[in-house]
Design a protein around this ligand. Structure first.
Ligand code: LLP
Length: 465
């Protein structure tokens, strides 16, 4: 189980701790659901990637996996770049004070406003996803009136089939990202011919949660195979951005390649293909997200109900689920579950751990083995939830998004606060203030239908009959 847990995880005196702080204490202090991030785990991962790839590689964190100001500042201190995929992510990174030249902007449907903002802010690199985007960029630059010209990379859709969930495969026929090599080649010639932009390299992201290092070698070979015949379109040292995709372990016993094996697979492919094609100088860029943050994080929930299910054992219903972690429903993702309140007790009974949302599919773990005396009020910890969990959370059923705390050396700091009911309702322009001024509350309407409100969620405007 150890490789699924944050590095600072300990269990002493029956209390599970991360970063030296008891998980039950975190739950009591910050409430649940709560995302806990072990800063020492995070730093350890960043250091392992640096050691594996070397100082000259462009280590780029894929912001879509999980993003907040505290993380962005850490990435800056460690000399990482950040990839963003929307104006919202770009804004977050900028407000965290991150150097804009170290930002890579992606996206298969960037808006004019996003392109304008990227140029205005001085973003370092933009990945061109489709042929018309070069014209869009020209218009954006003219509208902004800025002389800044981001370096351009071309995103390629190459003919590979990574072994991973089909929903996170991003190359191959039918996928909506990047350009076929012939289309990309004509865009490369067009950009170089125009002299208005600097085309500095190519980008391939084959997919996510990839366990076979051989796939990464094939990605590297595909990049070289594209660039070599067009070598004159690129600078002397061409950027080869080979995306992210390294898998993270979710279940006990699940093996995944290390950052070193990942680096060796990419470098091996580049060296072999590069020598054969006389590629010349290049700079390797990678964009890991999940493999950096997934196991640094865990989610805490409080059990609100324990009950027998008709013919299906027993269920534990917790105070979160689909809205803070849609991955089990979307991808059939499978997690370990630990009882942080009874870390000392032998796990011997199987429970179905379900969320609080009004869907039968809101199942966090269909068969978690936990201590038999697991009870209402206990705190459950779900490890491996640092990536694509908080980032994909929603407000379904009027449940606000959880808080995020960073822990290290016995201290916890809240870096993202929990969403309140006021946050949830802030964009609804037809609602009044939370406390209507005296006399302004509408008279109850005769015959109005009752509104069904799930406990604790906010529907402040409901008019009762
Ligand atoms: N670069 C690009 C262009 C990407 O699209 C992605 C992920 C990455 C890098 C980082 O990939 P990673 O190292 O994290 O595998 N929501 C899904 C994962 C979607 C991945 C999207 N792109 C999940 O929860 O499994």
């Amino acid at each position: 189980m150890k490789h699924v847990l944050p590095v600072s995880w300990t269990e002493a005196g029956g209390r599970a701790r991360v970063g030296g702080v008891a998980l039950t204490e975190l739950a009591a202090r910050f409430g649940t659901p709560l995302v806990v991030v072990d800063e020492s785990h995070l730093e350890d991962r960043l250091a392992r990637f640096r050691a594996a790839f070397g100082a000259d590689a462009g280590l780029t964190y894929a912001g879509k996996a999980f993003l907040c100001g505290a993380l962005v500042r850490l990435l800056d201190r460690k000399g990482w770049l950040v990839d963003v995929v929307s104006g919202g992510e770009l804004e977050l990174v900028r407000r965290a004070g991150f150097p804009m030249r170290d930002v890579i902007l992606h996206g298969n449907a960037k808006s004019t406003a996003e392109l304008e903002r990227a140029i205005d802010y001085g973003v370092g690199r933009i990945v061109i996803d489709h042929p018309d985007e070069v014209d869009d960029l020209g218009k954006a630059a003219a509208a902004v009136g800025s002389k800044h010209r981001p370096e351009l990379l071309l995103r390629l859709n190459v003919d590979l089939t990574p072994e991973t969930h089909e929903k996170v495969r991003t190359v191959g026929p039918g996928t909506q990202f990047g350009m076929s090599p012939p289309d990309a080649a004509s865009v490369a010639r067009r950009i170089t011919g125009s002299g208005r932009w600097r085309l500095t390299g190519v980008h391939i992201h084959a997919g996510s949660q990839i366990r076979d290092p051989a796939l990464f070698s094939r990605v590297a070979e595909a990049a070289v195979g594209f660039v070599a015949p067009l070598r004159r379109c690129f600078p002397e040292r061409v950027d080869l951005d080979l995306g992210g995709g390294l898998a993270a372990p979710y279940r006990d016993g699940e093996e995944v390649p290390s950052p070193r094996e990942y680096a060796e697979a990419l470098r091996g492919g580049l060296q072999r293909a590069g020598a054969e094609a006389r590629l010349g100088a290049y700079r390797l860029i990678v964009e890991p997200g999940r493999s950096v943050i997934a196991n640094a994080g865990l989610t805490l929930y409080t059990i609100h109900a324990r009950k027998r299910l008709d013919g299906a054992g027993e269920a534990l219903a917790v105070d979160g689920g689909l809205s803070d972690n849609p991955r089990p429903s979307l991808y059939g993702a499978s997690y370990e579950v630990l009882n942080a309140s009874r870390a000392r007790d032998e796990a011997g009974r199987t429970f179905r751990v379900v969320g609080r949302h009004c869907e039968s599919g809101d199942v966090i773990a269909p068969a978690a083995t936990l201590p038999g005396d697991t009870a209402v009020g206990d705190v459950l910890a779900i490890p491996g939830t640092g990536a694509y969990v908080f980032a994909m959370s929603s407000r379904y059923n009027g449940v606000g998004r959880p808080a995020v705390v960073f822990v290290r050396d016995g201290a916890a700091r809240e870096v993202v606060r929990r969403e309140t009911d006021d946050d949830l309702l802030a964009c609804d322009l037809t609602l009044g203030s939370p406390e209507p001024a005296c006399g302004t509350r509408p008279e109850p309407t005769r015959g109005a239908r009752p509104v069904n409100v799930a406990a604790g969620s906010a529907v402040a405007s409901a008019v009762r009959p």
